[in-house]
Design a protein around this ligand. Structure first.
Ligand code: ATP
Ligand code: MG
Length: 363
C-alpha cells in the first residue's frame, strides 16, 4: 500500500467538524495517509495575531503537493481580499473542478444529473483590476475611450476590467478535455457570451474551438451562450457532460448546478494546477451551525474521494462514493440541511452519527 502525506487545513467554522469526519471516513476506507495539519483563516489569526495564511501552511502544501481543506473565512482588514484566492494565486491553481452528481435521497430535483463544472480560476473579472469612481485610473480610462471613440463611459463610473487571455483559455480548455479523456466522458461544452463581449468571451470561444480540434474524434465539443446555458441546464441537465467556463460564469454556474442535486451540503470541489492540488467543499464556514455537530460533512468527504482519485487510490475513492450513496438511499441517518431540502419531518442526525453510519457502511 502506498503511503501518502497530505496537508490538512481544517479552516474555520464547520470546517473543524467536516474535516474530522472526512478523516475518519478516509481512514475507514483503508488508505494509508499521513495528515500534516496546517492552519489558515480567521481562527489562526485570532489565536496568533499573525497572518490568516501562514507561510508554514504554504510550505506544507508545496512540500506535499496535495492538500485538503475546510472552508476559510477571510477576516476584514488583513490585507487579503480573500485567503482562498491568495492560496489559488500563490500555487497557480488554475482549474476549479466541481463534479455535480445526483445522490438519490439527498434532495435534488432531478434523478440523473452527472456533469462536471470546470472553471478558469485566474483571470476574467476576478483578476481584481478595478478603478474606483473618481480615481485617476477611472478618469484616464474614460478619456481614453473618448479618444478612441469606443463608446462613452459615464464620468461617475467605477470600472472593473475583464481580461481573458489565449494562454489561460488554452490551458483551462485543454484541462477540460484531458479530464474528459481521463474520466471516460464524451463531451465538452464551452460557455460564454461571445455575441456581446467579442474580444474577451469571443476570444475564449475561438481558442476553445481551436483546442477542441485537437480532440476531434475522441471527445465531442459544443458551446452555449451563458444565458441559454442557464435555462437549458435547468430544463434538462442530462444534455451536459463536462462544461468549461471563464471565471465569473463558472462561479455562478457552480452554485446553480449544485442546486440541481440538493445544494451545498453535498457539493465537492478541487482547485488544481500543474504542480499542486487542493481539494475542498464548495460551501463556506456556516458560522450559524458551527460547533454544534449539525453540519453535513458529505461535500468534504466527496472532495476527499476526488483527492483519492488524484492520488491513484481509485478503489478507495469508489468505495467511499458507494458508502455515501448507501447511507442516503437508506435514509436513516440524514443531516438537517437535507431533511429541510426534502421537506421531511423525520428527525435529523448529527454530523457524528452520519459519519458513524458511513464508517459502518465501509467496514
Ligand atoms: P462563508 O462566509 O464562510 O461563506 P456562509 O455563512 O456564507 O459562510 P455557507 O457555507 O456559504 O456559509 O452557506 C450558507 C448556509 O448554508 C450556511 O449558513 C448553512 O446554514 C448552510 N450550509 C452550508 N454548508 C452546510 C453544510 N455542510 N451542512 C449544513 N448546512 C450547510
Ligand atoms: Mg458563503
Amino acid at each position: 500500500m502506498t503511503k501518502h502525506t497530505v496537508t490538512l487545513i481544517p479552516g474555520d467554522g464547520i470546517g473543524l467538524e467536516t474535516t474530522a469526519s472526512m478523516r475518519r471516513v478516509v481512514e475507514a476506507a483503508g488508505v494509508d495517509i499521513v495528515w500534516e495539519v496546517a492552519d489558515a483563516g480567521a481562527a489562526v489569526m485570532e489565536r496568533t495575531g499573525g497572518s490568516p495564511l501562514p507561510e508554514e501552511t504554504i510550505e506544507s502544501v508545496r512540500r506535499n503537493k496535495v492538500a485538503i481543506k475546510g472552508p476559510i473565512t477571510t477576516p476584514v482588514g488583513t490585507g487579503f481580499r480573500s485567503v482562498n484566492v491568495a492560496l489559488r494565486k500563490t500555487l497557480d491553481l488554475y482549474a476549479c473542478v466541481r463534479p455535480v452528481l445526483s445522490i438519490p435521497g439527498a434532495g435534488g430535483r432531478y434523478e440523473n444529473v452527472d456533469l462536471v463544472v470546470v472553471r478558469e480560476n485566474t483571470e476574467d473579472l476576478y483578476a481584481g483590476i478595478e478603478f474606483p469612481k473618481d480615481s485617476e485610473g477611472a478618469q484616464r480610462l474614460i478619456e481614453f475611450c473618448e479618444e478612441q471613440g469606443t463608446g462613452t463611459i459615464r464620468p461617475d463610473s467605477g470600472i472593473s476590467i475583464k481580461p481573458i487571455s489565449v494562454t489561460a483559455t488554452e490551458r483551462i480548455v485543454r484541462y477540460a478535455f484531458e479530464y474528459a479523456l481521463a474520466h471516460g466522458r464524451r463531451k465538452v461544452t464551452a460557455v460564454h457570451k461571445a455575441n456581446i463581449m467579442k474580444h474577451s468571451d469571443g476570444l475564449f470561444l475561438q481558442v476553445a474551438r481551436n483546442v477542441a480540434e485537437e480532440y476531434a474524434g475522441r471527445v465531442d465539443f459544443d458551446d452555449r451562450i451563458v444565458d441559454a446555458f442557464c435555462m437549458n441546464v435547468v430544463i434538462d441537465p442530462s444534455q451536459f457532460d463536462v462544461i468549461v467556463f471563464p471565471n465569473l460564469y463558472g462561479d455562478i454556474a457552480s452554485d446553480l448546478c449544485a442546486g440541481l442535486v440538493g445544494g451545498l451540503g453535498i457539493a465537492p470541489g478541487a482547485n488544481i494546477g500543474e504542480d499542486y492540488a487542493i481539494f475542498e467543499a464548495v460551501h463556506g464556514s456556516a458560522p450559524d451551525i458551527a460547533g454544534k455537530d449539525l453540519c453535513n460533512p458529505t461535500a468534504e468527504i466527496l472532495s476527499a474521494a476526488m483527492m483519492l482519485d488524484y492520488l491513484g487510490e481509485d478503489d478507495a475513492a469508489q468505495r467511499i462514493r458507494e458508502a455515501v450513496r448507501k447511507v442516503y438511499a437508506e435514509g436513516r441517518f440524514i443531516t438537517g440541511d437535507i431533511r429541510k431540502a426534502t421537506g421531511s419531518d423525520e428527525p435529523a442526525c448529527s454530523c457524528t452519527e452520519f459519519t458513524d453510519a458511513l464508517v459502518a457502511a465501509l467496514s
